[in-house]
Design a protein around this ligand. Structure first.
Ligand SMILES: [Zn+2]
Length: 124
């Protein structure tokens, strides 16, 4: 391979890496936007619950969990979706995390410091 070939090879590899990185940045910002939307949705649900509870308490002095079941389920669903997006961002950024404790770990961590679970994924 001539030095010109070597150079153009290096350039194309570098360009590929930059391309990959910018795709990752785009992916992360898309996910961040989705997370923000879901968080706004949750805030709306909180407001609805607040209004509902206020209305009920004004008349009845009692609200049961059953009455709020659907609204709570919607919030839980949104929270799970946010969690999924946050994990995807960590995966893209290649940040290790513990599924069980839901915490980020040090780059070189092989075990979760909280639960002791092995999180070693092997060399990339
Ligand atoms: Zn853990």
């Amino acid at each position: 391979m001539s030095w010109v070939d070597k150079l153009s090879n290096t350039v194309s590899v570098t360009a590929k890496n930059i391309g990959k990185r910018s795709t990752e940045v785009v992916e992360i910002s898309k996910l961040s936007v989705s997370i923000r939307r879901k968080e706004e949705e949750i805030m709306k649900r909180f407001e609805e619950i607040g209004q509902y509870v206020y209305g009920r308490l004004k008349k009845l002095n009692l609200v049961t969990r059953d009455e709020l079941r659907e609204m709570l389920a919607e919030i839980e669903k949104l929270e799970k979706e946010i969690n999924t997006y946050e994990r995807l961002i960590l995966d893209i950024r290649k940040i290790a995390y513990c599924d069980r404790c839901d915490i980020e770990l040090e780059d070189d961590a092989r075990y979760c410091p909280l639960c002791g679970r092995s999180v070693f994924k092997g060399p990339n």
